[in-house]
Write a protein that binds this ligand. Structure first.
Ligand SMILES: Nc1ncnc2c1ncn2[C@@H]1O[C@H](COP(=O)(O)OP(=O)(O)OP(=O)(O)O)[C@@H](O)[C@H]1O
Ligand SMILES: [Mg+2]
Length: 189
């Protein structure tokens, strides 16, 4: 199956999860994440601001704040399809940009270097056992993960597992996937 077809499939899977199931899955994901060494040992955590159809990241951002982590969130640069991360201390540092996306306002938050990020939480539509993924098609995460030295962990439900996924030379693998059944490491596959 082609990437675009898979992207459609992934979106459909997310849409078909009921509100009740969604909350149950998110509760299990958060429990596994917060008790993990990967989370506990990270001082600087990169995370996206989820949209309504995505796995909610607010509880993760707020747990990060509660446990004195530095939470950093991306701003996309459409011209180069790159991302820059800014330190988020409170939600009023955000603004609504295109497609209803929330991004940090560069004038009210500090830029954080890629090398300073310990753990990057990666969104996406589908994943496979090797950590290949189908994202939203912009290549933003593929570009960012290339040369990134911290840990990468994708957040997805077991229903979004689809092995094997097609990949190209620029596609980057994530090291871990967090699902409702726990944290799965992918590099040994
Ligand atoms: N490191 C890179 N350098 C140049 N182009 C890249 C790089 N990574 C991805 N691309 C380009 O980005 C486009 C989108 O890639 P792809 O379809 O794999 O997106 P995706 O993995 O779904 O998106 P994302 O990484 O944002 O989740 C491709 O056309 C590809 O050519
Ligand atoms: Mg890709």
């Amino acid at each position: 199956m082609e990437k675009n077809e898979l992207r459609f499939k992934g979106k459909k899977i997310l849409q078909d999860i009921s509100v009740k199931e969604r909350l149950q899955i998110e509760a299990k994901m958060q429990e596994s994440l917060f008790k993990s060494e990967i989370w506990k040992s990270a001082h600087v955590v990169g995370v996206t601001l989820s949209q309504t159809h995505e796995w909610s990241t607010e509880p993760i951002i707020e747990e990060g704040w509660r446990t004195d982590k530095k939470v950093v969130v991306p701003k996309c640069i459409p011209e180069s399809r790159e991302m820059e991360f800014y330190h988020l201390e409170k939600y009023d540092q955000l603004e609504r940009v295109y497609f209803g996306l929330r991004e940090p306002k560069p004038e009210s938050s500090a830029l954080v270097k890629k090398d300073d990020i310990d753990l990057l939480l990666v969104p996406g539509l589908l994943f496979d056992d090797k950590g290949y993924r189908i994202g939203y098609g912009g290549g933003y995460f593929d570009r960012f993960i290339e040369g990134f030295r911290g840990k990468t962990l994708m957040i997805a439900s077991e229903r979004q597992r689809y092995t094997p996924l097609p990949f190209e030379e620029y596609d980057q693998r994530v090291e871990y996937v967090l699902t409702e059944s726990g944290i799965h490491s992918t590099y040994h596959f």
